[in-house]
Design a protein around this ligand. Sequence first.
Ligand code: ADP
Ligand code: DP6
Length: 335
Amino acid sequence: MKAVAQAHTNIALIKYWGKRDEALFLPMNSSLSITLDRFYTTTGVQFCKDLSKDIFMLNGELVNEQELAKMTRFLDIIRNYAGVQEHAIINSTNKVPTAAGFASSASGYAAVAAASTKALGLELGGKELSMLARRGSGSATRSIFGGYVEWQKGEREDGSDSYAKQILGEKEWGLTILSVLLESKCKKVSSREGMKRTVETSPFYSGWLDTVEHDIYSAKEAIRNHDFDQLGKVSEANALKMHATMLGATPPFTYWQSGTLAVMERIQELREEGISAYFTIDAGPNVKVLCMPNDEERVRAALLHMSEVEDIYSCHPGPGITYLPESTMRMDIGY
Ligand code: ADP
Ligand code: DP6
């Protein structure tokens, strides 16, 4: 009754921003992402008859009550699905900064969805796994698959048509995504709280919804034609639109810091100098820069010169869920 799975984070080029059903994690809009090779989570899950509650170790430490409650709520969905009652030990390691806008919740919930269902002997396809991961964190829906991935929002109330699909394999188009680290502290407004506040209070949210499906169409067309400039332009514009909705919320908020703006300006200058580079930003201050592999070193050098930049991680399209031998993770955590 144990299994170990690895899931990679993803960066959304067309963002998921807003839920139409909070309990089922159903999004207001479809989204599109690239799964990243550099950042991932490895999670071992073991179900045991004699546990009276779940035990969740994250990065070598027992989590607080609130985090444990989140995990138990998620595992209850899996237990319900599988028709079992046993509690579990979950031992997870993030090779990605946690809660810092690097999408640890995406790789985290994709990994625990895969490991827990395998531990229970369920043999799920990507579609089913994607729908289960969605119930932990929306962006985890996409991390089940590698490469270029679309999460179709679906229409049904029960969420049975809201899951992700791969649109292009990770080896089929080798872009570079530079993850520019400005600040690695935990953020003040989680993505969950931020999108809820925006949907409920921002007058700009309807403008977001009016244009996002067209952005998806344009991004898919760009991916199909391997048209980097078209993909970069629509991704950058989509990120700016998402961040604009937050400024109209009550109370207003932004994830940007002065370093965020400085990197955005530097990327725009690089374009004026003839380098094709575009930025995108999730719910945090760090910036992700898209460029072609040939330009990677020039873009990296330009950004490393900036005093605001702490570090740069070079990422490329990465794989979907993989399963590791049970022996790769110690489950006996002193219990
Ligand atoms: P991020 O930008 O890192 O995704 P969020 O605030 O959206 O930030 O999500 C962080 C939350 O995701 C954490 O507080 C935790 O609840 C959850 N999370 C992070 N890593 C894991 C993991 N390995 N397994 C399960 N949940 C995780
Ligand atoms: C800005 O998936 O973290 O990164 O579904 O509430 O867990 P919950 O939110 P989460 O939000 C991600 C928001 C985003 C955009 C994206 O990844 O598409």
